[in-house]
Design a protein around this ligand. Sequence first.
Ligand code: FMN
Length: 369
Amino acid sequence: MRFLTAGESHGPCLVGIVEGFPGGVPIDVEGINSDLARRQQGYGRGGRMAIERDQVEILTGLVNGETIGSPITLRIVNRDYPNWAGKEHPPITLPRPGHGDFAGSVKYRLSDTRLVAERGSARDTAMRVAVGSLARQLLKGFGIESGVHVVKIGGAALEERAVPFALLAQAESSPVRCVDKKASQAMLEEIDKARADGDTLGGIFEVQVKGVPVGLGSHAHWDRRLDGKLAWALMSIPGIKGVEIGDGFACAGRRGSQVHDELFYEPGKGYYRTTNRAGGIEGGMSNGEILVVRAAMKPIPTLQKPLRTVDIRSHEPGLASVQRSDTCAVPAAAVVGEMAILTVIAQEFLAVFGGDSLKEIEERWHRFQ
Ligand SMILES: Cc1cc2nc3c(=O)[nH]c(=O)nc-3n(C[C@H](O)[C@H](O)[C@H](O)COP(=O)(O)O)c2cc1C
């Protein structure tokens, strides 16, 4: 399964084509819309999110609510487009530090950084969510489920490191997608303070996936490693600067006896572990434990109190352009991250239990159980 996305932030629509999705999978379009709505929520978002109410249309590949094995075309209309089209938009020549504005205008020989931002903005992540939501519907039938929560925004962090999968649903009712009320409150206050100062914030989110069978990915070749693929998927989300699998960076300062998860076996129960510091991956393969992956997001680069920059036409010093923008988008990025991970899990699941129809996958899956 592979996919392409296209569309500009203020263009008429976003488009996605998913190829290699098996036939015979029932798809609930409203389920995709509710994941799109999850991406749009979150305290700290800017004016755009009040305008957009993303709804997906499936243009191809779906007949009577079931996939038929042919490419699935998804479209999300940009509701902001009519407010934008046909109006004069003076060129922006003051690149925002932290965005692709500078490098993109040099690389593509563009004298208006807006033309870079149109595609480089995170608007495209709506389509990443729609694609991941399709993957979620395929995986759910095989007992593979996910959750996501925010563990840090600016200086406000969740105290406990290990949050059980069953608790993650609580994050859905928090405006900052955090499972703990006290930490949520501290995060809200951090966002308010940053906004009042004309500044922005980043943070950390954690995705967990339950029910992943043993053996997705492979130790056999570098580009088949599951950890590598997950890190790539997360790092491809605008603003993500770090990825951690399991205890990640903390492992570097501990002894092996405090890092590796011992293996046990009991008849009737099978193999089991009492710890999951590896985050469900060993040797580039899923090991049957819950997958635990964290990503760090840098602060939003559009500051209302702008940073110093240089005009790309005159080379005179100036202040970065100020545009309508989020103060903090970590709760939204968390949903994008969750869907990016489900997309990779679905790809790897199909590679093992593959492919053409749901029936065929189910037969192989039952043989594996
Ligand atoms: C869901 C989401 C929403 C975002 N909203 C904004 C925004 O409103 N303004 C902004 O300047 N950056 C926003 N960003 C971050 C930028 O897209 C990102 O920092 C930029 O593309 C540069 O990051 P990079 O260096 O990792 O590519 C958002 C990111 C995500 C994932």
